[in-house]
Design a protein around this ligand. Structure first.
Ligand SMILES: NC(=O)c1ccc[n+]([C@@H]2O[C@H](COP(=O)([O-])OP(=O)(O)OC[C@H]3O[C@@H](n4cnc5c(N)ncnc54)[C@H](OP(=O)(O)O)[C@@H]3O)[C@@H](O)[C@H]2O)c1
Length: 262
């Protein structure tokens, strides 16, 4: 895969996020290290981790071992909800574990449950960005209403909202709400929330001589939605990155969108 031609989305601060990233939840230790190294070798240039995943050291080691330049790999990590109030310490720990002086994207992993905590945590994220510890900051698992609270209080929109997304969860209105607010939609669990034996996916996959999993990823990219498939299996890591040699027709996109209504 030729990474120079990977599609990206533009985040505030002139930061470009590759639309295809590599998920690392539930991969730890040597398995995580090898998976991330294989992903970088297969051409991914965007790795998604989190304090909660317990694999930041392995992710950082794989990036160094890959021989790629730091600026050529987009790194995301996330603040766990129980670390609200300790934001600065948490990002410093993430940077130390990753072995980098900044991440490209730092996310609030889940909205904090304490009443009144939403705005203070967002101000801390912005402060970390302003100090150069993260090039962009955003949220995960936020509702549109919660995003609006952040924007009203600070006039700063989250760069992304990372939420569970797939053809089977497709919600056109929610996508538009993000676009209207300048928030890039980043989908997670594309396969776990998909029925890869669904006849629509199987038919479209056959038409392009690809797999239903590849159709699911291509559908994200054609909607300009970030996809971060996870795998620790070398063949799947490679296949999930091999989604740039075909594109879906408008009619196929509509048929896949319609899976969200079933
Ligand atoms: N912000 C959040 O709250 C949040 C929540 C969940 C996930 N995430 C992020 O999103 C990433 C992706 O989501 P996820 O890990 O939940 O689920 P996923 O990427 O939808 O699915 C991963 C599962 O699918 C399998 N798989 C991978 N490629 C496949 C293929 N081509 N065909 C069939 N099966 C395949 C993997 O198996 P093998 O690994 O055994 O190959 C693994 O069991 C996570 O790793 C994490 O980085 C974020």
């Amino acid at each position: 895969m030729e990474h120079a031609h990977h599609p990206t989305a533009l985040l505030p601060g002139d930061v470009r996020i590759p639309l295809l990233g590599f998920g690392t939840w539930q991969a730890t230790g040597e398995t995580a290290f090898k998976a991330v190294l294989a992903a970088l070798d297969a051409g991914y240039r965007h790795i998604d981790t989190a304090t909660m995943y317990g694999n930041e050291e392995e992710v950082g080691r794989a990036v160094r071992e890959s021989g790629l330049r730091r600026e050529d790999v987009f790194l995301t990590t996330k603040l766990p909800p129980e670390r609200v109030g300790q934001e600065r310490r948490t990002i410093e720990e993430s940077l130390r574990a990753l072995g980098v002086d900044h991440v490209d994207l730092w996310l609030v992993h889940w909205p904090p449950s304490e009443p009144g905590a939403l705005i203070p945590v967002w101000r801390e994220m912005l402060a970390a960005r302003d100090e150069g510890l993260a090039r962009a900051v955003g949220v995960s698992n936020f509702s549109t209403g919660q995003i609006d609270e952040l924007i009203q209080a600070t006039e700063e929109n989250p760069a992304v909202n990372q939420i569970k997304w797939s053809p089977f969860l497709y919600d056109r209105q929610r996508h538009i709400e993000h676009r209207d607010r300048g928030v890039v939609l980043e989908g997670y669990s594309p396969f776990k929330t998909s029925d890869l034996s669904d006849p629509v996916l199987v038919r479209i996959a056959a038409a392009h001589d690809v797999s239903p999993a590849q159709v699911v990823l291509r559908w994200h990219l054609d909607h300009e939605i970030v996809a971060i498939p996870k795998s620790v299996t070398p063949e799947r890591i490679r296949a999930n990155a091999d989604v740039f040699g075909f594109s879906l027709t408008a009619e196929e996109m509509r048929d896949i969108d319609a899976l969200g209504n079933t």
